[in-house]
Design a protein around this ligand. Structure first.
Ligand SMILES: [Zn+2]
Ligand SMILES: [Zn+2]
Length: 136
């Protein structure tokens, strides 16, 4: 009887030791898996990094100002008088915070004609009730 108990005790002790070693191995493995997952997730998030919407622009917006990241334009192209987007010559409008075709701007203005006209129109409307010349 005592012999049987000792056998079971030994068996349990053996299992415990073995299990202890195994646990270390599992922990190591889990750490490797965790590291791999982190690595893959960080590499996928880098492809999600904001980039300038101008064609072939490789400026990294991760270091850029919040404004430029938000509007997906690098500082350089936000100031360019003409950039190529979707095959069209466009300029970044500071009023709309987006790109318009260069033809929507007057000369070297940084705001589109529509916006500038909108300002004038509002001023005209407040001066007179006649709305017939809204297109001028
Ligand atoms: Zn750019
Ligand atoms: Zn605009």
């Amino acid at each position: 009887m005592a012999n049987a108990v000792a056998k079971i005790f030994h068996f349990i002790l053996h299992q415990y030791k073995f299990g202890g070693g195994g646990e270390d191995g599992i922990r190591k493995k889990m750490r490797d898996v965790y590291r791999k997952q982190r690595g893959s997730s960080s590499s996928s998030s880098s492809s999600m990094a904001p980039s300038c919407q101008v064609e072939n622009c490789e400026n990294d917006l991760r270091e850029a100002k919040h404004y430029h990241r938000r509007h997906k334009v690098c500082e350089f192209h936000a100031k360019s008088p003409s950039v190529l987007i979707a095959g069209l010559h466009q300029r970044f409008c500071q009023q709309c915070s987006r790109f318009h075709e260069v033809s929507e701007f007057d000369d070297t203005k940084k705001s589109c004609r529509k916006r500038l006209a909108g300002h004038n129109e509002r001023r005209r409307k407040s001066a007179s009730n006649y709305g017939g010349d809204a297109f001028h």
